[in-house]
Design a protein around this ligand. Sequence first.
Ligand code: HAM
Length: 425
Amino acid sequence: MQRVNAPKGTKDILPADSYKWQHVEEIARGIFSDYGYAEIRTPHFEHSEVFMKGIGEGTDVVGKEMYTFGDKKNRSMTLRPEGTAGVCRALIESGALSGPLPVKACYMGSFFRYEQPQDGRQREFHQIGAEMFGTKSALSDAEMIIMLTRLFAALGIKQTALEVSSIGCATCRPVFKETLIKFLSEHEDNLCHDCKARMHQNPLRVLDCKNEGCGVIVKDAPSPLSCLCDECAEHFDALKAHLDATGTTYTINGHLVRGLDYYTRTVFELKHAGAGAAKTLAGGGRYDGLVKTLGGADVPGIGFALGVERLMLTLAAEGVAEDITPPRPLLYIAGADERGNGASLALATKLRDSGLFVLCTAGDKAVKAQLKQAQRENCVYCTVIGETEIESGNLTLRNMQTKEEHAMNINEIAQFLQQREQLDG
Ligand code: HAM
């Protein structure tokens, strides 16, 4: 049969690389647990209306990028393009948002958007995200942003740029929209084809247009910050004060808008020059109306998600990726003959039962080839077991780097390796 390759815009995470992903996930789990977040796992597909209502029909994500299909009973289903709407749906459905608040949930997994693949942009990509429900105060906005910055710090990433802004609420956003439309109308002739349409459907998106001509116009466009109502202005001032008080470095980007319609008030993005063509590593904000839009109570929310593929590019760009090393086998047990092969598996099983990482022969290679494999696998020690060793009960463990040899009884090996493991931490 002709070879079939992975679909465009998807990437396999192969055994040789998966330890890097596990490292990142482990650090994220540690941070989330320190901040009181418990994992939520929602389906990879939802009824399409969850995203259409939740994210907004005027967005690129809903309008152009969703993988939507009819199931066998012709119900419209969509592969999740992001996590927040599905998390809200699940927490409303389970009744979790009708109980004590706040509710804090975190997630990691695959998401799907039909985009033009490029460096750091895929059709199936991975996000690590967190959502907090039930708090309105700017203190939670600050805590969420701080958690995100601590996550990057724990990963050893230093050169991130945090941008924050406020896009107002249902009271002041219409005022801003009007002001913006008025400004854009004066420049309509010079806007790109898409922005001419966006200007009336979703004018805030014009602020985010990547077209060079639109960029020039937008530079002088009004900012939502200039139209905030008193409550939103107070909220944004409080957020800045909390960020300042905690020594969090940020810049205010008055033209920061997000690609999803559910945001209210606080929006933020974390950028890094090494994060691929788009440069945005993570994004988030407050979404006080989303739970209600999806049929729940009037429960506010705030959260973020980071793109793991972009994070991997960033780790490489900062030279941190090299410090992440795969777990190292402590011992390779080579078999010298038929009886030795069997003894190799038996000893490996015993050592593994005591929680040690050891490799043993598969019984199909000569000793020399087995020791080469031990070298390739970066094993700390190797040993060869055959008739003589089985009869005497004694083995010699050789340090593969220093060549130092340690003779010992077969029953002493577990303890010897455990001590070595403790030394290595
Ligand atoms: P988003 O900005 O659409 O926000 O995505 C968050 C991150 O996911 C981006 O900053 C980027 O790193 C990554 N990402 C997005 N699309 C792709 C893609 N096609 N390929 C690779 N990486 C991608 C959200 O999804 C919101 N749900 C975040 C949020 C959570 N807001 C509040 N809570």
